[in-house]
Design a protein around this ligand. Structure first.
Ligand SMILES: Nc1nc2c(c(=O)[nH]1)N[C@H]1C(S)=C(S)[C@@H](COP(=O)(O)OP(=O)(O)OC[C@H]3O[C@@H](n4cnc5c(=O)[nH]c(N)nc54)[C@H](O)[C@@H]3O)O[C@H]1N2
Ligand SMILES: Nc1nc2c(c(=O)[nH]1)N[C@H]1C(S)=C(S)[C@@H](COP(=O)(O)OP(=O)(O)OC[C@H]3O[C@@H](n4cnc5c(=O)[nH]c(N)nc54)[C@H](O)[C@@H]3O)O[C@H]1N2
Ligand SMILES: [Mo]
Length: 747
């Protein structure tokens, strides 16, 4: 520490590493991390955010809940602020009451959300461990990111979807070397690859596209926005929700022009004979020709034919953005892309086949020796109930009611207490007015949060949590090759405590203090967990410094270079389909799945089919003529740091992109305040008129905190006031965030 009490140290985050300058107990500035070729701008807001008045200063308990266990007033903002000990006593007594009266199956701890990057203080790990120690909780399956894909893709490739994405797919280096045609459904978006869960240090996706261009690779971005792929790619505008129709039309051209690789289909896939009659229209009288698809997709038959021929005659990689499965019937484009790739016969060849989620997060497409991350052990959950993560409002509204999920008939549990730490459902869930009604059902809602988010404002008991800058941790993502010591940079702001301390305090009161802490303080836990990382490094021949060395170094780049790409599954399958079969029932790629067929779901039958969503451009009405896509915000991570970002002049309300013709007919110009609305609600937004979006589509990113309940219009511009809260299908039950129709008018 120098004379003026200033220090500069490096820390890590979901959006990358950066240097933090502190003066005494305040963060005063941030600086880019030298080794990052393309550092993000997000950290600039940190000094304002960490010391923002919207930090939760002390434990808070909603006055009406305390007095009468009132539930209807959630969001009223009227809190008392007892001392920590008293607040912990009240929360512990309530947890105890609920578990004794209704059992642990009445506690929902799914608690979805990204929280922060440090590995020991990861809020999800902390809350799950704590709830397990007190007898268990209802958990959640999958993510908002890829919940639908996680259900459907194992049926098709026999592989866990996350393994498929993170470990099996080709790296950007392999793509640069081999791919001649890159067909990107939903694009590959450098703004999205800015982040990765647990950290991403060298931001390289944009750089790879420069390399792709140099090799002469044809790069086609298929979807509603030109900006979903880097500059220089071809844009094939296609209506949201219609990708499956386009893929079917491409498949139709391959089949009818003799371009389908039947030798590959015979050897490596099953069920093409059941799919082909559907494709050709023998089963339903509708050939899935380019002419059939054109009015659905808006893509001309000539373009489809030319693209199909090119795909069949060059090394082609089909990539599919995660956004396509965050939509009603999201199973279909995912499954159909695999069928299309199988028809091209290039699955398992370098730079060929199909890949999912390139660009979605920065770690995908990087190639490393896997030595894993660092996770707090969660213990065992004695409650077996698990809901698909995006069905939370359905669960709260329908206790005891049956629902379908991936072949199972299940019953929604009767939830009496919700504990959320590290997520913001009043930012991330669909149809927030409906969530508000669902939120009135539980008797008690407890939230740990650093900031008064939209969710914290709707909780009964609110515990102020520290941010990563207020505690020591280790930054390490399995998809990154850097390792960080994240020093405690400043003391906790106001009365904030680490999630670990909050849960240790509750555990103690519930008689499981020792079980939860195992007698370790945070520094001892970090040392304990770090040892595991060092051991795994040693086993893989990777030098990992000791913890004291790392503390002194602040960060280190690990040598995780793999001599040969560790992409075993599909390569081995291609080389030896009998000796290294896939883990599907047939051992092959399943174009027809007997298992899915046996579920009897008309919204996800035995092979991929075109199923129009309830809301998409093809179903536009006079009341809701425009399709809303709600992508991830380019300039931030979800709703994080929102309080300070919203202070920036012109930042709120959020900006909605609208095509020039749609703007003109409504008398809207760039900069105008507009009302975006449908039958579910209304939000205020600022218009930006552009020709980079398909006519009939508007784009309003996520990230704004929704305003208080009871407003006719959300003033900040959170798109989830408008989105529809319905599962992708009975199979996947993922979020359908990208399937919504709206109208826009000038305010
Ligand atoms: N319409 C629409 N909606 C969507 C999507 C979409 O495409 N369209 N995408 C969905 C997807 S993919 C996702 S991943 C979700 C993202 O939704 P979330 O993951 O819920 O969003 P975040 O803003 O990252 O929420 C993390 C919260 O954790 C808090 N936090 C940070 N560190 C800590 C900590 O150490 N302790 C505690 N207790 N809290 C902490 C942050 O302040 C923040 O409020 O949104 C989903 N919603
Ligand atoms: N900067 C930043 N990066 C992020 C995040 C963030 O908050 N900020 N969040 C991260 C998270 S949690 C996730 S899950 C990933 C998500 O990664 P993605 O799912 O790839 O991201 P989105 O931004 O939701 O969608 C990308 C684009 O898909 C297009 N699209 C929407 N519907 C359709 C459709 O039906 N067909 C086609 N062809 N295109 C469609 C939209 O134009 C949209 O811009 O992003 C991650 N990256
Ligand atoms: Mo996500």
């Amino acid at each position: 520490m120098d004379g003026n009490n200033r220090q500069r140290r490096v820390t890590s985050s979901h959006w990358g590493a950066f240097e933090v300058e502190t003066e005494g107990d305040r963060i005063i500035a941030t600086y880019p991390f030298g080794p990052d070729p393309s550092p993000p701008a997000i950290p600039a807001i940190l000094p304002a955010a960490v010391h923002h008045p919207s930090r939760i200063a002390r434990p808070a308990i909603r006055r009406a809940w305390l007095a009468t266990r009132d539930r209807a007033g959630r969001g009223d903002g009227d809190y008392v602020t007892p001392p920590w000990d008293e607040a912990l006593d009240i929360a512990a007594a309530e947890l105890d009451r609920i578990r004794k009266t209704h059992g642990n199956g009445a506690i929902y701890g799914g608690s979805y959300g990204w929280a922060s990057a440090g590995r020991f203080h990861h809020a999800q790990g902390q809350v799950h461990r704590f709830l397990n120690m007190i007898g268990g909780y209802v958990a959640s399956f999958g993510s908002y990111s890829t919940g639908c894909a996680q259900s459907i893709m194992p049926h098709v490739f026999g592989e866990n979807f996350l393994t498929l994405t993170y470990e099996v797919q080709d790296s950007y280096a392999t793509i640069a070397e081999h791919t001649q045609t890159l067909v990107m459904f939903g694009g590959i978006n450098p703004k999205n690859s800015m982040v990765s869960m647990g950290g991403i240090t060298e931001h390289q996706t944009g750089g790879w596209f420069d390399r792709f261009a140099e090799t002469g690779m044809t790069r086609v971005n298929i979807g509603p926005q030109r900006t979903d792929a880097p500059e220089g790619c071809d844009w094939l505008p296609c209506r949201p929700g219609s990708d499956t129709a386009l893929m079917l039309a491409l498949a139709y051209v391959l089949e009818t022009e003799g371009l389908a690789d039947h030798a590959f289909l015979d050897r490596y896939s099953t069920g093409y004979d059941r799919f082909r009659p559907y494709l050709l229209g023998d089963t339903d009288g509708t050939p899935k020709s380019p002419e059939w698809a054109a009015p659905l997709t808006g893509v001309s038959p000539e373009k489809v034919r030319a693209l199909a021929r090119r795909m069949a005659t060059t090394r082609t990689l089909i990539t599919v953005a995660w956004s396509l499965q965050r939509a009603e019937h999201g199973e279909q484009p995912y499954w159909m892309s695999a069928v299309l790739a199988a028809m091209l016969g290039q699955i398992g060849l370098p730079g060929g086949g199909v890949g999912y989620g390139y660009g979605a997060i920065g770690g995908i497409g990087k190639d490393f020796k896997p030595i894993g991350g660092m996770t707090l052990p969660q213990g065992d959950n004695r409650v077996s109930d698990v809901i698909p993560v995006a069905r939370v409002a359905d669960m709260l509204l329908n206790p005891g009611q049956p629902y379908d999920f991936n072949g199972e008939r299940r019953i929604y549990p009767d939830i009496r207490l919700v504990y959320w730490a590290g997520g913001n459902p009043f930012h991330h869930h669909q149809d927030l007015n409906r969530l508000h009604r669902a939120w009135e059902q539980p008797e008690t809602i407890i939230v740990n949060e650093p900031w008064w988010t939209a969710t914290a404002q709707r909780a009964d008991i609110v515990f102020p949590a520290t941010t990563p800058y207020e505690r020591e941790d280790i930054g390490r993502s399995p998809l990154d090759d850097y390792l960080f010591h994240m020093p405690q940079l400043i003391p906790p702001v106001d009365q904030a405590r680490d999630d670990y301390a909050i849960f240790a305090g509750l555990a103690d009161r519930l008689g499981v203090g020792e079980t939860f802490t195992e007698g370790r303080d945070p520094a001892q836990w970090i040392a304990h967990l770090y040892q595991g990382l060092q051991d795994r490094g040693a086993a893989a021949g990777v030098a990992v410094p000791s913890l004291s060395e790392l503390r002194a170094m602040n960060w280190v780049k690990l040598d995780l270079a793999a001599e040969e790409q560790p992409k075993p599954v599909l390569r081995r399958f291609r080389a030896d389909p009998d000796g290294a079969p896939l883990k599907t029932p047939s051992g092959k790629i399943e174009i027809f799945s007997d298992r899915i067929d046996s579920f009897g779901y008309e919204d996800c039958p035995g092979h991929p089919v075109w199923l129009p969503p309830k809301e998409w451009p093809g179903a536009a009405t006079a009341e809701a003529p425009l399709h809303l896509v709600s992508p991830q915000p380019g300039d931030k991570l979800h709703s994080q740091l929102e309080a300070a970002l919203a202070d920036v002049e012109g930042a709120r309300p959020e900006t909605v992109l609208i095509h020039e013709k749609d703007a003109k007919s409504r008398g809207i110009a760039t900069g105008d305040l507009v009302r975006v609305f449908n039958g579910r609600g209304a939000v205020r937004a600022r218009a930006k008129v552009t020709s980079d979006i398909l006519q009939g589509v508007v784009a309003l990113p996520t990230g704004a905190w929704v305003g208080g309940p009871g407003q006719n219009m959300d003033m900040n511009g959170n798109p989830n006031v408008l989105t529809r809260d319905v599962g992708t299908s009975r199979l996947g039950q993922g979020t359908s965030a990208h399937s919504a129709l709206v109208e826009v008018e000038k305010l």
